[in-house]
Write a protein that binds this ligand. Structure first.
Ligand SMILES: [Fe+2]
Length: 386
């Protein structure tokens, strides 16, 4: 059996990778890009920096900075109108996962029209929108190397997964220098998201030899460096490792899948506005503990790749060390409980059944090594309050 592997056409990796953006545009025959970003990136000077790099090669770029965290169907509308009103030939998406995910949706809707819910999974969106050069400023979502975008439906609160080659950026700029000024909370949340991608891809029912190589290498890069960057934001070697690890984790899950953690995480984000990486972190130790009995050897490999267990540890011992390491990451990186985050228990009890239904409907739990029923998912959600 063969596997289709989808990757960006260009991966520019390392210090100052962003300086190559004009050459990538030229090689694509593009000279009128729109930068899609958020206001924080403008404020931090990142957009002026990229405009200067482009200007040096005689390329002028407008920017659209109205993307929001956890983008919604209405938040991308202004971007769609903006792109339809001008003759841009490409998009440079700059920011964390949210501006990149927004740019992917805007790129498709800007060209083909309709509403984003028309494009949600299980539809495969293979139409080609404007070419996107993705410039991540967090080491986390891997969106620069995936065919996915997640947009929340304003009407139903559902986090819609949209999938297809049409959402794959043509280029990923993996420049760790852009992560040096990240706040500690964002470093932690996005880093745990990346680690979750690697673990879920490696243990997914859709894992294959190619995705396994990327997932294991991602864990080797992320595992020893996650706490380092949290406690020492200027550790450049650790930042560089984490940045490449996050992209490789994106490659891994793009060519395998995510699983139960992500399936359950999206409804927490949609109903309680918990950032994506943080809701993953709340779930990760508990869901891995639940899943280990179905694939103990693969989870032991994860523990060893992350550096949480030794090569000569038994499977049982490596699995115990994996849970311990994941709990330790949450404690060290000060991941709050759902209650400490401010979620309301009464509201949770009202919506938990819907959350379980949405988790199952996303399709991600069916890739998990251990398959939960809806009732089991409800019980797992309830454990968040124990
Ligand atoms: Fe994720």
């Amino acid at each position: 059996m063969s596997h289709t592997i989808l990757l960006p056409r260009f991966l520019e990796v390392g210090k100052n990778a962003r300086e190559k953006i004009p050459y990538i545009l030229k090689s694509l025959g593009c000279n009128k890009p729109l930068i899609i970003t958020d206001q924080m990136m403008v404020k931090l000077g990142y957009i002026a920096d990229i405009q200067k790099i482009l200007k040096h090669e005689n390329i002028e770029a407008d920017f659209f900075d109205q993307t929001i965290p956890e983008p919604t169907s209405s938040s991308i509308e202004a971007g769609v109108q903006f792109i339809q009103a001008h003759q841009y030939d490409s998009i440079i998406a700059v920011g964390g996962g949210s501006p990149i995910d927004s740019a992917k949706a805007i790129g498709i809707l800007g060209r083909y029209g309709g509403k984003i819910r028309d494009y949600k999974f299980p539809r495969q969106v293979n139409e080609q929108g404007l070419p996107i050069i993705a410039v991540p400023t967090t080491a986390g979502t891997g969106s620069e190397a995936t065919k996915f975008t997640i947009i929340t439906d304003d009407e139903s609160n559902e986090k819609m997964l949209c999938v297809g080659a049409g959402f794959m950026p043509i280029a990923a700029i993996v420049d760790y220098e852009l992560t040096l000024s990240l706040p500690a909370r964002t470093t932690a949340d996005t880093g745990i998201d990346a680690l979750t991608h690697a673990i879920e891809a490696y243990t997914s029912k859709k894992a294959n030899l190619y995705s396994d190589t990327q997932a294991l290498e991602a864990m080797r890069l992320i595992g020893p460096n996650l706490k380092k960057v949290y406690f020492d934001p200027n550790d450049k070697a650790a930042r560089e490792a984490l940045m490449l690890g996050a992209t490789l984790a994106g490659v891994a899950f793009n060519n395998a899948s995510v699983a139960l953690v992500h399936g359950m995480s999206r409804p927490i984000g949609a109903f309680f506005h918990v950032p994506h990486g943080l809701s993953n972190a709340m779930l990760l130790p508990m869901i891995i503990e639940y899943s280990i009995p179905a694939e103990p050897e693969k989870y032991a490999d994860c523990a060893k790749a992350m550096g949480a267990a030794q090569q000569n540890d038994s499977i049982e011992s490596a699995n115990a060390k994996l849970i311990e390491a994941l709990k330790d990451i949450n404690t060290s990186l000060q991941v709050p409980t759902l209650e400490a985050f401010g979620a309301d228990k009464q509201y949770f009890d009202e919506v938990v059944n819907t959350m379980a239904e949405q988790a199952l409907a996303s399709g991600s739990p069916s890739n998990n090594p251990r398959l939960p029923t809806k009732q089991e998912i409800v019980k797992l959600y309830q454990q968040l309050w124990c």
